[in-house]
Design a protein. Sequence first.
Length: 125
Amino acid sequence: MAQKTGKLKIKKGDLVQVITGAKQERGGDRGKQGKVLKVFPETNRVLVEGINRITKHTKATQHEGHSHGGGIQVVEAPLHISNVAIVDPETKKPTRVGYRTETVERDGRQRTVRIRVAKSSGKDL
Protein backbone atom coordinates (compact mmCIF):
# COMPACT_ATOMS: atom_id res chain seq x y z
CA MET A 1 0.00 0.00 0.00
CA ALA A 2 1.32 3.44 -0.90
CA GLN A 3 2.35 5.77 1.91
CA LYS A 4 0.46 9.04 2.27
CA THR A 5 2.55 12.05 1.36
CA GLY A 6 2.28 15.47 2.94
CA LYS A 7 3.75 18.76 1.85
CA LEU A 8 7.49 18.49 1.28
CA LYS A 9 9.88 21.07 2.67
CA ILE A 10 12.46 20.59 -0.10
CA LYS A 11 11.80 22.20 -3.47
CA LYS A 12 13.38 22.14 -6.92
CA GLY A 13 16.43 24.42 -7.02
CA ASP A 14 17.29 24.11 -3.30
CA LEU A 15 20.88 23.44 -2.25
CA VAL A 16 20.93 20.26 -0.16
CA GLN A 17 23.54 18.13 1.59
CA VAL A 18 23.53 14.33 1.93
CA ILE A 19 23.42 13.51 5.65
CA THR A 20 23.40 9.68 5.59
CA GLY A 21 25.18 6.90 3.76
CA ALA A 22 28.79 5.98 3.16
CA LYS A 23 31.49 8.57 3.83
CA GLN A 24 33.28 10.18 0.90
CA GLU A 25 36.54 8.39 1.79
CA ARG A 26 34.76 5.09 1.16
CA GLY A 27 33.32 6.22 -2.17
CA GLY A 28 29.97 7.38 -0.81
CA ASP A 29 28.10 10.66 -1.06
CA ARG A 30 27.69 11.66 2.62
CA GLY A 31 28.67 15.30 3.11
CA LYS A 32 28.36 16.23 -0.57
CA GLN A 33 26.19 19.18 -1.58
CA GLY A 34 24.15 19.60 -4.74
CA LYS A 35 21.19 21.33 -6.31
CA VAL A 36 17.79 19.60 -6.41
CA LEU A 37 16.90 18.87 -10.05
CA LYS A 38 13.52 17.22 -9.51
CA VAL A 39 11.21 16.28 -6.62
CA PHE A 40 9.05 13.14 -6.64
CA PRO A 41 6.40 13.78 -3.93
CA GLU A 42 4.53 10.53 -4.60
CA THR A 43 7.58 8.46 -3.53
CA ASN A 44 9.22 11.04 -1.20
CA ARG A 45 12.38 11.15 -3.31
CA VAL A 46 14.59 13.88 -4.78
CA LEU A 47 17.02 13.93 -7.70
CA VAL A 48 20.19 15.82 -6.76
CA GLU A 49 22.80 17.07 -9.22
CA GLY A 50 26.03 15.03 -9.01
CA ILE A 51 24.80 12.79 -6.16
CA ASN A 52 23.95 9.05 -6.19
CA ARG A 53 25.37 8.49 -9.67
CA ILE A 54 24.77 5.05 -11.17
CA THR A 55 25.86 3.36 -14.40
CA LYS A 56 22.99 2.56 -16.74
CA HIS A 57 23.30 0.17 -19.68
CA THR A 58 21.11 1.38 -22.56
CA LYS A 59 20.14 -0.51 -25.69
CA ALA A 60 20.48 1.19 -29.07
CA THR A 61 17.09 2.42 -30.30
CA GLN A 62 15.65 3.98 -33.42
CA HIS A 63 12.80 6.48 -32.92
CA GLU A 64 11.07 8.48 -35.66
CA GLY A 65 13.97 9.04 -38.00
CA HIS A 66 16.80 9.56 -35.52
CA SER A 67 18.73 6.74 -33.89
CA HIS A 68 20.14 6.65 -30.39
CA GLY A 69 23.36 4.71 -29.89
CA GLY A 70 23.46 2.35 -26.96
CA GLY A 71 26.17 2.11 -24.35
CA ILE A 72 26.95 2.78 -20.73
CA GLN A 73 25.74 6.09 -19.28
CA VAL A 74 26.35 7.55 -15.83
CA VAL A 75 23.18 9.22 -14.49
CA GLU A 76 21.85 10.44 -11.14
CA ALA A 77 19.35 8.25 -9.29
CA PRO A 78 16.72 9.58 -6.85
CA LEU A 79 17.48 9.68 -3.10
CA HIS A 80 14.96 9.44 -0.29
CA ILE A 81 14.10 12.88 1.03
CA SER A 82 15.03 11.89 4.61
CA ASN A 83 18.65 11.39 3.54
CA VAL A 84 19.19 15.04 2.56
CA ALA A 85 18.96 18.34 4.45
CA ILE A 86 18.69 21.90 3.16
CA VAL A 87 21.89 23.94 3.38
CA ASP A 88 21.74 27.15 5.44
CA PRO A 89 22.60 30.09 3.13
CA GLU A 90 24.62 31.80 5.89
CA THR A 91 26.69 28.98 7.43
CA LYS A 92 26.70 26.56 4.44
CA LYS A 93 25.82 23.72 6.83
CA PRO A 94 22.71 21.47 6.88
CA THR A 95 19.71 22.84 8.76
CA ARG A 96 16.04 22.15 9.34
CA VAL A 97 13.27 24.15 7.70
CA GLY A 98 10.77 26.32 9.55
CA TYR A 99 8.05 28.70 8.41
CA ARG A 100 7.29 32.33 9.15
CA THR A 101 3.95 33.89 8.27
CA GLU A 102 3.66 37.43 6.98
CA THR A 103 0.68 39.51 5.95
CA VAL A 104 1.14 41.07 2.53
CA GLU A 105 -1.20 43.44 0.69
CA ARG A 106 -1.84 42.29 -2.88
CA ASP A 107 -4.52 43.63 -5.21
CA GLY A 108 -5.91 45.73 -2.38
CA ARG A 109 -6.48 42.66 -0.17
CA GLN A 110 -4.60 41.32 2.83
CA ARG A 111 -2.96 37.93 2.14
CA THR A 112 -1.08 35.67 4.53
CA VAL A 113 2.02 34.07 3.01
CA ARG A 114 4.28 31.39 4.48
CA ILE A 115 8.01 31.95 4.03
CA ARG A 116 10.52 29.12 4.46
CA VAL A 117 13.34 29.96 6.90
CA ALA A 118 16.46 28.14 8.11
CA LYS A 119 16.01 27.06 11.74
CA SER A 120 19.68 27.58 12.66
CA SER A 121 20.17 31.16 11.41
CA GLY A 122 16.63 32.41 10.72
CA LYS A 123 17.55 33.44 7.15
CA ASP A 124 15.00 33.06 4.33
CA LEU A 125 15.46 30.09 2.03
